[in-house]
Design a protein around this ligand. Sequence first.
Ligand code: 0X9
Ligand code: ZN
Length: 302
Amino acid sequence: SLDWTSYSDLPAIYEFINELAATYPNMVTVTSAGQSYEGNDMPLVKISTGGSGKNVIFAEGGIHAREWIAPAYVTWMIRELVENYAAHPEYVDNIDWYIMPVLNPDGYTYTFSPSGDRLWRKNRAPNQGICVGTDLNRNFDFQWNTGGSSSLECGETYHGGAPFSQVEARNVRDAILSVANQTKVYFSFHSYGQYWLTPWGYTSALPDDYQDLYDLAQSAVDKLTAVEGTPYTIGTSTNLLGLASGCSDDWAKGGAGIKYSYTVEMRDTGRFGFQLPASQILPNNLEVWEGVKVVAEAVMLM
Ligand code: 0X9
Ligand code: ZN
């Protein structure tokens, strides 16, 4: 099993979720959302105590390869929901959780490879020229290529040749669409900066239900910060980080119709940045989980 005192590579993460499914067959189901460009599997973990028509929370991490804390958080949340079920059965009894721990398995693997690049962001699919990779978080088909993304293959935010040109983005799309009518919340976990972000990222205009998204985010961040004082800033992606179109969160809301779409930029604020020390995995996870629980409690009442 994983212990979250160090970062886990892709095989260790996959072994963990498969073992969990074998140990808790009545609560955990692992299916495949498809394969990546390089042929890595993209598992979709469903946590459920059964029944039909329950509200869904869809969560994912690792769309950006170097943001190691994202898969580390999401895998820990899977463990907390399942192995610590008895401490808070309501979160699983009342909600079906669909979780994709590593949306960019090729890039993630590349950041672990001695011949790779620890700070790689994009996927690993080749382009026409010499530069590899598309920013999967610019490849979604909602306001695609309308600002804040790069048309250059070598760019860190290259949006790809067309919306959903990348197989990993299509796999996530299809996984979300398969449960979209039940899904109340979409979470995209990233690092870093300590932001709890709402749509939109393609425009500085606010969604018409922005107040609802903001209020729930505020309740979540209040609990998160209460753990040990870690400050988070709440607002729209555009207004806090600048324009970025074609992102998964905007598509989840504007394309898939999921009202509460959040991108959570976890620790830190730049001291270590993407290379967050492993000693901060558990403190990060404990505080973010406090925020997620607030959202889950709201989902039970939706
Ligand atoms: O730029 C991104 O993709 C995210 N920040 S990161 O530093 N992790 O790369 C923020 C995405 C926020 N959402 C939208 N702009 N829609
Ligand atoms: Zn990111």
